[in-house]
Design a protein around this ligand. Sequence first.
Ligand code: HEM
Ligand SMILES: *[C@@H]1O[C@H](CO)[C@@H](O)[C@H](O)[C@H]1NC(C)=O
Ligand SMILES: *[C@@H]1O[C@H](CO)[C@@H](O)[C@H](O)[C@H]1NC(C)=O
Ligand SMILES: *[C@@H]1O[C@H](CO)[C@@H](O)[C@H](O)[C@H]1NC(C)=O
Ligand SMILES: *[C@@H]1O[C@H](CO)[C@@H](O)[C@H](O)[C@H]1NC(C)=O
Length: 585
Amino acid sequence: MGRLSVLSVTDTKPVTGAYFILTPVCVAFLYLGYRRLLPRPIPGIPYNESATHSLFGDIPEMMNYMARTEEVWPWIADQVTKHQSPIVQVFARPFARPWVIISDHRESCDVLLRRTKEFDRSNFTADVFTGLVPDMHISFKSTEEQFKLHRNLLKDLMTPAFLHAVTGPQIYANTETFVKLWDFKTQVAQGHAFEASEDIYNVALDVIFAAAFGLEIQDSNTFAQLQQLSSAKNLDRPQSLSDPMPFPQFHRPATFEAIATLTESLEVSIKAPFPRFAHWVLRQLPYMRKARAAKEKLFSDMVEESLSKLSSGTKVKRSALDDILQRETAAAKKENRSPVYHSRAIYDELFGFLIGGHDTTSTTLTWTVKYLTGAQSVQTILRSRLRSAYAAATAEQRNPTMEEIIKIPIPYLDATIEEMNRTAQLFNGSIRTTTVDTTLLGYNIPKGTDVFFMQNGPGYLSPPLPVDDSTRSASSLNAKNQAGQWTPDEEDMKTFRPERWLVQNSEAGKEVFDAQAGPHLAFGLGPRACFGRRMAYLQMRIILVMMLWNFELRKTPAKVSSSAAANKLARHPRMCYVRLEKAKF
Ligand code: HEM
Ligand SMILES: *[C@@H]1O[C@H](CO)[C@@H](O)[C@H](O)[C@H]1NC(C)=O
Ligand SMILES: *[C@@H]1O[C@H](CO)[C@@H](O)[C@H](O)[C@H]1NC(C)=O
Ligand SMILES: *[C@@H]1O[C@H](CO)[C@@H](O)[C@H](O)[C@H]1NC(C)=O
Ligand SMILES: *[C@@H]1O[C@H](CO)[C@@H](O)[C@H](O)[C@H]1NC(C)=O
């Protein structure tokens, strides 16, 4: 800039004077503009000093980390550890306010549960989801009228009555098919390990499709796999027992594939610095357009099918969609309008239901299989508790019924599921935006700041960082001692150990499940916590029980448990091997 202006001074005499004055002014303006665009920290909260000297803030650091690990959240938790402060800020979006990161369970509970007027759904969520489901309530602020209208459509889906009468039987039936598939594979594999994550992915997809649309078992992925596999010719076992059995995987039916493709595209918007733009670009690709068209066609067909069943006078509800359509009928009557069944709202909520319920369950279950394979004693204890609790099923050498699984309390089972939540770390945090100027741990936070409440660092998976009580809010101080704390032993905090959720009830001499034994945020907390957690619970309970009831997950050979598995087991734990033996009664 400086050199250029010197040249022009000598070349263009008539305007020399003007240049002399204008150039420094321009430079000053540009410089000031540049300074304005540089990341501007919130006073007092620790940050990486060098990030404030670049327009891109922490982004290069983050991208670098992502290139190495394909993950982003652990980097965020690392900042908390690096600065040894339960509150830090990072500059993750160009020209925008910093993100504030909190890793302190009491502060997170206080905000998510009690300070809901000062904190609402963040734009970050909308940025991620808008490309796929612009009209799903996950992106709406709690204060928006639309939020209430949409939730009203979904009102019944998580009630115990609906879950037991409609969703439960769908989950159970699909899980039975899954057990049959693994029975077949166990027999053929004869002690060889085989790849399990694809099967888990499929059964989770079946379950959520069935819950949404009420499919017949014959339409399920798992059933299709089983059929094609049982008629496959050359299922040769490798020589050595340390080599896995290479079962073929067959193509998923096209509709399932389309949903899987679209759901997986979210990964891109979660990780991109400009999520809306990144996802927009992706959506222009032919395979994405095709998947979207297939999805729209599926939904339209399903709505028609459901409507014709409902109008034919069948009283039996088979699916979430049946229920949503009836809710729309009721809402229309109340508002004195005619019902709109093929609406963006219904399509996007339906898709949201599929997105929310598939990958989450599938990933949690895959992690669980990994953990249980490594924790043989947990498996043995859990199986023996199941055998004695479902005494009738044990005596009759059959699977426990859905009613038995739902109704009979087993503290060790609850503890194992809770431990699945805690360790699977599907979402490493909850995100909120400040709706007013407010404070967090004693610092002033301006309105419109995104705050990340993390559960993958200090306080959860490593010892908590000290917080001075004088920095806490009145509501936080009043709520003191609500959730327990883990023994601050990092090794133990990272271990899969269901016992941490059990307390001995000295009077009854029995173990009791205690959900407040220690901190985790697997489903978020408060009014905007996970909508589907009751259903997730039901899915995991049924699938886990049926899996352990029928199979022993033996240790896998080093060859498959280390190399291939470890590094791929990130967001999509696609490589997970099992070595099964039929469990004996
Ligand atoms: C293991 C399974 C699951 C996990 C770990 C999980 C986790 C979460 C988390 C962490 C949130 C954000 C909470 C917050 O911001 O405080 C969330 C939101 C949500 N989840 Fe789940 N989820 C699971 C299963 C499901 C299922 C089965 C469904 C639906 C069928 C579902 C539907 C939703 C919806 C609709 C929201 C947005 C709620 C709102 O905006 O108010 N999730 N989930
Ligand atoms: C701060 O960021 C620079 C690069 O932007 C990086 O090299 C350095 O390690 C970071 N420091 C800390 C404490 O994270
Ligand atoms: C969550 O955090 C833990 C620890 O930092 C990490 O191992 C895990 O992969 C993370 N999960 C996701 C989905 O990023
Ligand atoms: C969030 O999004 C809304 C609507 O798109 C916008 O009006 C608002 O300014 C955004 N807030 C922030 C902090 O970016
Ligand atoms: C843990 O998971 C189960 C369902 O999987 C749920 O009912 C329970 O509320 C969860 N606990 C927490 C603290 O999120």
